[in-house]
Design a binder for this molecule. Structure first.
Ligand code: AMP
Length: 278
């Protein structure tokens, strides 16, 4: 497995492998969710590239950046074992030699909703880094988890509008056996918090069941999720049209619905969702 540390070397590798690369960007502290993207990339491409970079531009809360877990040796061992061809591992100075650029890539409507409402600047930072990674890696296909559903939508739109020649592929959300959505941040939960956090997936599964049984009272479903989350500190519960992230309307019925939650447990911000396709 090649470990690539500079943009120049990354561009060189990409030029030599043009059209063959499947790419999964990450912030490290890897788990099975990340490895599912790697597995899909390996199955569909000749070369698999993973990047690890904790992107300061997307942390609206400096304390969250400070506490973000890091274990590079473990990550590299996992990627090697998974059969990744190259890891792009740039330092901050390499990515932002002139500091974080003031340039903003924005989708005002999509960014106003869900996490965007509560994390000002977050998605602008995500789009900036993914844009640059696409420039350096030139992936034929790129893989993103539906765990970060809003992020996936925004990146798909950006790749289309800026005419990147990459197919943006959304991969299923991977959970622990007990339902908790896998996240690098879960390591920061206490044992009691870990148990409390199960309320999130349980509430979402109950809502999904209602929706699938034909219940179209979307505000009622959202209220039920909120009750299920009690006493967690809830940031949002949204039942949305999965394409636009607008509040789900009763008509037309043949649209995918996203039920998404953000809540704090032990001061750790957790997000989760279920996607119900017609
Ligand atoms: P992160 O390292 O958290 O920035 O995540 C890197 C990529 O892995 C993103 O595309 C995430 O959506 C994806 N990912 C993170 N957790 C999961 C999960 N539990 N299931 C599926 N994909 C995930």
């Amino acid at each position: 497995m090649e470990v690539i540390k500079t943009k120049e070397a990354m561009r060189g590798y990409a030029a030599a492998q043009r059209g063959k690369i499947g790419f999964a960007p990450t912030m490290g502290y890897l788990h099975e969710g990340h490895l599912s993207l790697v597995g899909r990339a390996k199955a569909e491409n000749e070369k698999t590239v993973v990047s690890i970079f904790v992107n300061p531009a997307q942390f609206n809360d400096p304390a969250d950046l400070e506490k973000y877990p890091v274990d590079l040796d473990r990550d590299l061992a996992m990627l090697e074992k998974a059969g990744v061809d190259a890891v792009f591992l740039p330092q901050r100075q390499e990515v932002y030699p002139h500091g974080v650029p003031a340039l903003k890539l924005e989708y005002p409507n999509l960014m106003r909703r869900l996490c965007g409402e509560f994390r000002p600047g977050h998605f602008e930072g995500v789009l900036l880094i993914v844009h640059n990674l696409f420039q350096w890696v030139s992936p034929r296909r790129s893989y993103f988890g539906l765990k970060d559903y809003q992020q996936y939508l925004l990146i798909r739109e950006m790749a289309r509008d800026l005419e990147f020649e990459t197919e943006v592929i959304g991969c299923p959300l991977i959970r622990e056996r007990d339902g908790l959505a896998m996240s690098s941040r879960n390591v920061r939960l206490t044992t009691a918090g870990r148990t409390q956090a199960l309320k999130i997936s349980a509430a979402l599964f109950a809502a999904e069941k209602k929706l699938r049984s034909g219940d179209k009272d979307y505000p009622g479903i959202a209220a039920g999720v909120r009750r299920g989350l009690n006493p967690l500190e809830v940031e949002y519960v949204h039942v949305s049209d999965a394409d636009t992230l607008e509040a789900a309307a009763t008509q037309p019925a043949a649209k995918a619905i996203l039920i998404a939650v953000a809540a704090y447990v032990d001061g750790v911000r957790l997000i989760d969702n279920v996607l119900i396709t017609p």
